[in-house]
Design a binder for this molecule. Structure first.
Ligand SMILES: C[S@@+](CC[C@H](N)C(=O)[O-])C[C@H]1O[C@@H](n2cnc3c(N)ncnc32)[C@H](O)[C@@H]1O
Length: 751
């Protein structure tokens, strides 16, 4: 949704075809023995050369990431697997039932994957490609020359450059083996420290912690715990490991350690503090506050705990009330890079239920008014691309099985989700319960005490549920309004993207009844109409079509359904001669508006536009109340602006009303002549467009001159419409003013 889909763009289609061919060629060699064409030294030299060249390249090309055909992670326990050597591996094969032990013989090189040349005990070498790993893996000491790795059920692949390599997509398929582990073959083993004491390992762990080599420190603390510590030592080591787990975002593991420490002494200050933090980062704010209560009672002078307590209390309050300091959120979204806000999710009057025909959906649990907040959700994961920066963090993600190609940060989003779940299995179901089409999950979540995350399941879920997003919908709204007024579409493509689980339950309709907007990584969902209780919520996955002579269905193939909303049904039933006519009239309107801005014969040009609109109207068979007229609403809006500028209040009001009515609104009161005391009332809300804020502001300004008592009401409607589009209205006054030099009220130069 709103991501940059390039699946139909010819240059990328060519690339996709080439890649398909490479894959077919590779697969035709499936099962063949690998006959090395290069010596060990040549492979290493070639790798080092690429490494050096790509580091030196000043301008980096956009990276591409090709997903191989989906395969399951290994679900076998290591003890069930047989050891193999590189020479035993065959091409394009997942060696089920085997594992190999390898050792890095080069530094790492990070492209889409983290790569290094590895050798086995015989000295045979291959390039190893590790996908979905944290970027830090290459820099924090975990993978350096000499690191030993165990690869479960290895996958030998012919890579894009024709060379062979070991590809690992699932995090649990590879283990980094500390040098002291008995698995490490004696020829690779360093100084034996097998019989060192718990305190030796703890001190070693502390040294690594100080160097920010957190994962290596965790290995040492684990080794310390296995080295018969005293009870007192055990507690200290667990507390140290918990702190290190917090640093690496392994909150579940941190909780486990502090719980064990607290089992011995339930008033340990550090244990309580770390517990409150782990719970905070797992967004379990209520439990975090409960721990803080105990902590503050026992240790009233702990100032860090006090400020953390305040933070957790603020999260709990906003999560319960939906009251956020929105202006501050906007400021944070503008300043923080990446724009990830430290905020809680608020879930208002909505719940997930089964629908009759399209799986689960999100419903209102009580009646709500247009503009009401339904929920405000913190992203489960968010991958950011700064449009103002360079494009080094963009990548082309190609899925040859689903034939989809996207440009942006989806590949990064997949890695972020995989890592988050791998580290925090307690969050697994929140994500894996989301819609995943026909993909059958592997069904096993843990092997050898290690979490199993199926990368290809994550990819499917991301591809069906991720949302493209701007840094803030306010900035994107201003941008839309500043672009040519009569060219607004709702089709937006963003390079940043994220997963918002609750929002993922909302099904599609072009004639939507809610709007999603973004403030950093918070998604705000508000009703765009008055909705009774038990109404299914819908928003657009893709912008509705209004006229096209060839396509009669909005392309939702990716999601496997066709939209059956009133707009799509009407489009389907509209004859092609009317569609052709609409296309021509749209071009005529664009031309006529252009000449209006240049001509002195103003009224003749306006009359011509009105004539075109009249003809356009006749191509619609259904009343606008039932089917919004997407082809003409913005032409009406432009005419309202023209008449407001030309001091023709009656006409300006008339065309503003027609704008709203063409989108399905029913408005009462407000037309001229105005009788004092008559209210302006939206009896029924229609389809929301960003331009409608300006429409209400035009009315507000015109009423100031001819029906002053209606001006405030029109401005209130502008504010509500702004709130729906932008997510909040605290910044309305910074963005729109009835005293603006622009007739639609947008403040000139606002950013
Ligand atoms: C993001 S999920 C929405 C939640 C989903 N219905 C569920 O059960 O989890 C997208 C999937 O919902 C279904 N869907 C969404 N909107 C639909 C619609 N208007 N008509 C039919 N199916 C729809 C499609 O299967 C689509 O691939």
């Amino acid at each position: 949704m709103d991501i940059h889909d390039v699946s139909q763009e010819s240059e990328y289609l060519q690339l996709l075809q080439r890649q398909k061919k490479t894959l077919q060629n590779a697969q035709s060699r499936k099962g063949q023995a690998h006959k090395p064409t290069k010596s060990r030294n040549e492979i290493i030299m070639q790798f080092m050369f690429h490494h050096m060249m790509s580091n030196n390249r000043a301008v980096r090309a956009i990276r591409s990431s090709f997903l191989p055909p989906a395969y399951y992670p290994s679900v076998a326990a290591s003890s069930e697997l047989k050891k193999a050597l590189i020479k035993d591996l065959t091409l394009e094969t997942h060696h089920r039932g085997s594992y190999i032990l390898v050792r890095a013989v080069t530094p790492t090189h990070r492209m889409t994957a983290i790569m290094a040349v590895v050798e086995d005990e015989r000295g045979d070498v291959f390039v190893l490609q590790l996908y979905n790993q944290e970027k830090d893996l290459a820099t924090d000491g975990r993978l350096v020359e000499g690191t030993v790795m165990l690869i479960k059920e290895p996958y030998l692949k012919i890579m894009a450059d024709g060379n062979c390599g070991l590809r690992v997509d699932h995090l649990s398929d590879i283990r980094f083996i500390p040098e002291y582990d008995p698995l490490v073959p004696s020829v690779w083993r360093g100084r034996p420290e097998d019989h060192a004491s718990a305190m030796f390992w703890k001190t070693k762990g502390n040294g690594l912690f100080d160097k920010a080599a957190y994962y290596l420190a965790i290995d040492c603390y684990s080794k310390a715990l296995d080295s018969s510590p005293t009870l007192e030592e055990d507690i200290t080591i667990r507390l140290n490991r918990a702190l290190t787990c917090l640093k690496t975002h392994q909150f579940d593991a941190a909780l486990r350690d502090v719980e064990l420490a607290l089992a011995n002494d339930d008033s340990l200050e550090k244990a309580l503090f770390r517990k409150s933090q782990a719970l905070y980062y797992l967004h379990r704010f209520e439990e975090s506050c409960e721990v803080h209560k105990v902590l503050s009672k026992a240790y009233p002078n702990n100032t860090s705990a006090k400020s953390e307590f305040n933070r957790a209390t603020a999260r709990l309050a906003e999560g319960r009330s939906g009251k956020y300091p929105f202006r501050q959120l906007q400021r944070e979204a503008t300043k923080c890079r990446p724009p990830r806000l430290d905020r809680a999710t608020y879930i208002g009057p909505v719940s997930v239920r089964s629908t009759e025909s399209h799986g689960r959906g999100l419903f209102t649990t009580e009646a709500v008014r247009a503009g009401d907040l339904l929920f405000c959700e913190k992203a489960f994961a968010h991958a950011f691309h700064d449009e103002a920066g360079d494009s080094s963090d963009l990548s082309l993600l190609m899925n040859l099985e689903t034939q989809t190609m996207t440009m942006g940060t989806q590949a990064e989003l997949i890695s972020l989700v995989v890592q988050k779940l791998y580290k925090n299995p307690s969050l697994m179901s929140t994500f894996t319960d989301l819609y995943h089409g026909s993909y059958t999950p592997v069904g096993i979540s843990e092997v050898d005490g290690i979490t199993v995350v199926d990368t290809f399941l994550v990819e499917r879920i991301v591809s069906l549920n991720c949302f493209g997003c701007p840094v803030s919908s306010r900035a994107s709204h201003i941008c839309t309004i500043n672009s040519k007024a009569h060219e607004e579409t709702t089709d937006k493509q963003f390079h940043s993207c994220g997963i918002w689980p609750l929002a993922s339950y909302i099904n599609h309709s072009c004639y939507s009844n809610v709007r999603r907007s973004f403030i950093g990584d918070m998604m705000v969902v508000r009703a765009t109409r008055d909705l009774p209780a038990n109404t299914e919520l819908t928003f657009c996955y893709k912008a509705p079509l209004d006229h096209d002579t060839k396509i009669k269905h909005l392309d939702l193939q990716h999601w496997g359904f066709q939209c059956s909303c009133a707009i799509c049904q009407d489009l389907h039933e509209t004859g092609s001669s009317d569609l052709t006519k609409r296309k021509r009239l749209t071009a005529d309107l664009a031309k006529a508006f252009k000449s209006l801005s240049r001509t002195r014969r103003h009224s003749a040009a306006v009359a011509e536009i009105e004539g075109i609109i009249d003809t356009f109207e006749k191509t619609y068979r259904q009343p606008s109340l039932e089917v919004p007229r997407l082809g003409i609403w913005n032409a009406y809006l432009s005419l309202a602006a023209v008449h407001a500028t030309g001091s023709q209040p009656r006409k300006a009001i008339e065309f503003a009303f027609r704008t709203l009515e063409s989108l399905g609104y029913i408005i009462e009161g407000g037309r001229l002549p105005h009788t004092s005391g008559m209210m302006l009332l939206v009896r029924r809300w229609g389809l929301l467009m960003d331009g409608l804020v300006g429409c209400w502001m035009i009315l507000c300004r015109v009423y100031c001159d001819v029906a002053a008592d209606l001006a405030d009401q029109a401005e209130d409607y502008a504010r509500t419409t702004y709130r729906m589009c932008v997510g909040e209205d605290e910044t309305f006054g910074d963005t729109y003013s009835r005293f603006s030099d622009r007739v639609d009220g947008l403040i000139v130069g606002v950013k």
